[in-house]
Design a protein around this ligand. Sequence first.
Ligand code: ATP
Ligand code: MG
Ligand code: MG
Ligand code: MG
Length: 481
Amino acid sequence: MKTAEIKRRFLEHFEKLGHTVVPSAPLPFDDPNLLFINAGMVQFVPYLSGQQTPPWERAVSVQKCIRTLDIEEVGKTSRHVTFFQMNGNFSFGDYFKAGAIEYAWSLLTGPIEDGGLGLDPNRLWATTFENDDPNLPNDDEATELWRRYLPAERIQRRGIDDNFWSMSIAGPCGPCSEIFYDRGPQYGVDGGPIVDEDRFVEIWNLVFMQFDGDRGHKEPGFQVLGELPNKNIDTGMGLERVASILQGVDNLYEIDEVFPVIERAAELSRRTYGWHHEDNVRFRIVADHVRSALMLMGDGVTPGNEGRGYVLRRLIRRAVRSMRLLGVDGPTMPELLPVSMNSMKGAYPELEADFARISKIAYAEEDAFAQTLVKGTEILDIAVSNAKQAGHTRLGGDEAFQLHDTYGFPIDLTLEMASEQGLSVDEDGFRTLMAEQRRRAKADAAAKKGQHADTTVYRGALERFGETEWLAYDQLRTESQ
Ligand code: ATP
Ligand code: MG
Ligand code: MG
Ligand code: MG
C-alpha cells in the first residue's frame, strides 16, 4: 500500500469518527528551544495545556516532522529518518483511553476492503505504564483495555522513562501506551519490545493526559496533584514506519516516497544497493537527507551557519559527501533532488510549483560546498600527515577550528574524514575555541536584539522528544536519543 494511501485511510478513519482534519503546520517553529516541529502535538500545545479553548473536541492531522536528534541513526537503524510524517488523532476533553485504543486498533487491524490497514493482529504488541512510586498509579486501566484486543503476554509494562509524559513544567501529564509491530524472527529475538526494538518496531504512541502535575515528571520531587477535569488524548503514528510494514520492505529508506533516490544514486555511482554494508548506509543517508532538505527548503528554510539554516546546510553537505564516498564527484543535487520531488509531490504539490526556487538554492549550496571540500581537504590532508609524522593519534582542536573558521569546513566532516585516516580530533579543544567565538558573537547580537518571548509552554515538546536542534557548536555528538 502506497504511503499516500495509508495517509488517506488514516484521515478518513478519524474523520468518520468525528475528527476535524487540521493541516500540517510548517516545519520551522518559532521557538528558541525547538527549531522544527518534531511531533503532531506541537501545534496543539496551547489547547492541550489549557491555555486556549480548542475550536474542536476531536482533531486529526498528518504533521511534517524533523528530528535531527535521530541523524546519527539514519541508515544504521531501520526505523529512523530525519524527516517523517506523524499521523495523529487528538481528543480535547472528549474520548479518553478506551476510545484511543479502540480507534487505533480498528484502523490497524481493520480489513483492507473496509478502509483499514489490514495488519495481522497476532503481530501487534502494546506497552503500558507501570511504576514503583505509589504517588504515580500504574496504568492498570490501559492494561485492562488492551486485554480486549491482546493476550496478556503481548502487553508489556514499562516505567516512567519510556511510558510517561509531561510538558516539563507544572500541568497536564500522564501515562503513554505504545503499539509495536513484530517484524518476525528474521529481525531479531523474541520477547517483545522490551527485549528487541528492531524486531518489534514502535509504530504508534498513545499519550493519555490524565493528571495535573506539580512540575515536570523528570524533576526530583515530582508529584501528581490529582486528575485533570478535562482529559486529553495525543497520539502519534509513524507514517513511514507503517508504510515500510505494508510495503514489505526492510526499512524506512526503501518505501515508495524515499527509495527512488536510492535507485538514482545507485545508477550514478554504478554501485549496487544492498550489497555492501557501508555503501548501503551511504545510500540511505543520501535518500533521507535529500528528502529532508527538500522538505525544509519547501517550507522556506535556506542554508546558513546557524540554527535552522545550519541544519539544512548539514543535511545537504552530508548527502553530497556521502555521494563522494560512493564515488560520484560531479554535482549530485541536480540528479537527486528532482527524483525526491517527484516522489513527494503527490502529497505536497507545492514542492513542484516551487521547484525552480528550491532547486536553485540546493544547487548553489552544493557548488559552494564542492569548493569548500577541495580547499578544506587539502588543508586537512596536510594536518593529518603532520600529525602522523609527529606520531600523534589525533588532530588538535586549533586545527579543527581553523578548518572551520577559515575554510568553512564543518566539524562533523573533519571528524568523519580524520577518522577515515585513523585519527581522532581534540573536540574539547575545538569546542572551547568555538564557544569563545560564539560568546563574542552572541554578546554582539544581544546588544543589537531584544529579549526572547516566554516560551515555557513549548518545553513539553522538548521534554517529550528531546531537542531537535542540532547545536552544532556546543553539543557535538552528545545527542542522546
Ligand atoms: P523510537 O523509540 O523508535 O525512537 P519514539 O518513541 O522516539 O520512537 P515518539 O516520540 O513516540 O517516537 O513518536 C511517535 C511515533 O513517530 C513513533 O511511534 C514512530 O512511529 C514515529 N517516529 C518517531 N521518530 C521517528 C523517526 N526518527 N523516523 C520515523 N518515524 C519516527
Ligand atoms: Mg519509543
Ligand atoms: Mg514513543
Ligand atoms: Mg526516538
